[in-house]
Design a binder for this molecule. Sequence first.
Ligand code: ADP
Length: 783
Amino acid sequence: MSGFEPSNVPKDHLSEVALEPVHFASSIQPYGVLFALSDPELIILQVSANTQDYLGISAQHLLGQPLGVLLNAASLEVIQQALENCGSFSKSSLRVCRGEKTFNGTLYRTAATIILELELASSPPEACHVQMHTLVKQAIAQLRRVPDLTDFLQLAATEIRRITGFERVMIYQFDAQGAGAVVAEAHRDDLPSYLGLRYPATDIPEPVRELYRRGLIRYIPDLSARSVALIPTENPITQQPLDLNLSVLRSVDPCCVEYHHNMGVAAMLVISLIQGETLWGLISCHHQTPKPVAFEVREVCELLGQLIASELANKVNTEELDYWVKLRSLQSEFVKSISQIDDLKQALVNPAPRLLDLVSAQGAAVCLEDEITLVGTTPSLEQVRALMQWIETQPFIPPTPPLSSFCDPVLFHTDSLPKLYAEAEAFKDSASGLLLLQISKVRRYTILWFRPEVLQTVNWAGDPNTSLNVAADGCVTLCPRKSFERWQEIVRFTSLPWKACELENALDLRNAIVGIVLKKADELARVNQELERSNQELDSFAYAASHDLKEPLRGIHNYSNLLLKGYSAVLDDVGQSRLQTLIRLTRRMEALINALLKFSRLGQAELNLQPTDLNQSLHQVLEDLSISRPDFQTEIRHPRPLPTVNCDPVLIHDVLVNLISNAIKYNDKPERWVEIGYIAGNREWGIGNGERELPSKFHACTDTAYRVPTPYTFYVRDNGIGIRERHLDSIFRLFKRLHEQHLYGGGTGAGLTIAKKIIERHGGQIWVESIYGEGSTFYFTLK
Ligand code: ADP
């Protein structure tokens, strides 16, 4: 998405061009001769038609002959040695003689064939070597000293120009899409500068770039020279034209000739800059007139090209480095601060500039689940919502992964959103550029960063839209440029492109957020586990302790009884009364221990869940209570039948017993009533109040924050003594009673604690609302 491509060049056409094999050839340039030889016999299978000029023998006489008819034994020996070092994709340079003449040669293999290319050597070669050696040494020393990339490339262009003598030396750098830009240049003073010009990817299509990746140097001393045919045109072994992708002499494509002719170029030398496996760029040397360049000079250039390419990684783009350092420090500060704050949204958007500076954006939208928070200059909330909906349907967003909540990060960026999403034209001023970071698809965490439209003038070298020619039959050919004047295109709906270091920052932010969220979830899980373990320990401790305490307690009780009965004659009234108190206290203690035992057993026993008709449970409870209380004076209100729910019937029976008996117990009114009902949805329907909106606390428990799946909340309401606000929570604590022991029929203070534990074990909640002096309502939910 970054970089500029000619807007109306159809992409399909580019790939069609890219399919054409450009390296199969049946002719060469005339500055040397080419032999195709059988492997390993070295019989001449094909030869260029110009052997008479160079070697004094016609091509026809050479076909079918061994190479020995041309070269002396020493030269043949050189060739044999070179062949031993020659892999399938490498070539060797050598020197051979025929009579008085010395030739520089290049030797390599293609499918089942050996290719030998010979050029007349310049004389005397030794002198040339010495001169080259000095030049190269100087160049290397200087190049190594320059740390900044721009300066380095500039120096490289200058040095290559000094060594080769070309009028113009340019260094192109390719971007990810294959378009190139002139990033350094050295030229004759009177020539116009091409520095900064951009070349669309179509100028050097992929097959041509592949050739540059393989052959490190391309030399065309005279673009207008007539090419020389190979005889025969096809290789007799493969029945195909020769694969000349490693060839030095390979003839020039007519399209390339015309292209450079339009540029006013008559000779050229191109050196590849390969970094790893990638064609980083090219050093392109141009001359307005034909220009011979000695073989040795070209070899030096090839070597220098390799050196320059290998040094590229060591050089730094100082400006970019400064920017990168700034971004990284912002990033680490940001990550530090978000890891200290619990509220992720607040951490991301406060203070606002931090999130924007992280990727140099002017606006951002932080989308956490359904909540969108806008920061800086952005489209409106509705526009962002619509954009998010569009994004969801785009193929760059993968489908939701079924298991993990954090899928591979999705990072999408464009510097021209309106070209992909026409609606974005309406908000081009805030969001022509979009950088999308999906943190988690399942959790629906996404951050969008926006950049405004920047009207840009792109200086193309020639009109990028005319470099392809589509013929009437649909066949596509490269069409050479007619003009190399700067061709300016105003680019609309486009923001500044997103840089690699900005994308890296966005991804790192995502990783940090995922790390923080996961860490928090881990911590929570660990605390929960710990809590569960200590609860279990506590339960089993309480169980064991209360169980063990019962036995000595029974002893105390029995001995006290024995004392009272057997020694009544000996004990005076005070002694007898004290013993009676002791017996009463042991009974109370037993009740407390029993309550504790029941409570601790609850933590250990499995729930016996089953569909339970609560009407039956209630009926049973009421029966139990009236049987144990013959003086039952309380009106029981039962506004509508209770539903059937999935629960442990024995335990829920205990809850109802406790709540209803409390409602009866803690009542001093002359006319007492207890109402047992339930609430479905957020409306309550009861005899006392009719239909009413639920109290706020109820909302808190039924809205989605609590995600209670069953819609039932049960209640037990009374018109009793009520509970003061400050005791509403504490009455659920173990053994907490608000009254003296002898008031309201006594009790252990464990009933509500046990009820709470039962409800919570069912995944529900229990709470109370009360008006002191008027009455209380106990609510509980069941999952
Ligand atoms: P117990 O009833 O055995 O004392 P509970 O745990 O059931 O123990 O209740 C704890 C305390 O909460 C009671 O002692 C009482 O003070 C208060 N309480 C419980 N239910 C009611 C109610 N319906 N009205 C007023 N106070 C109540």
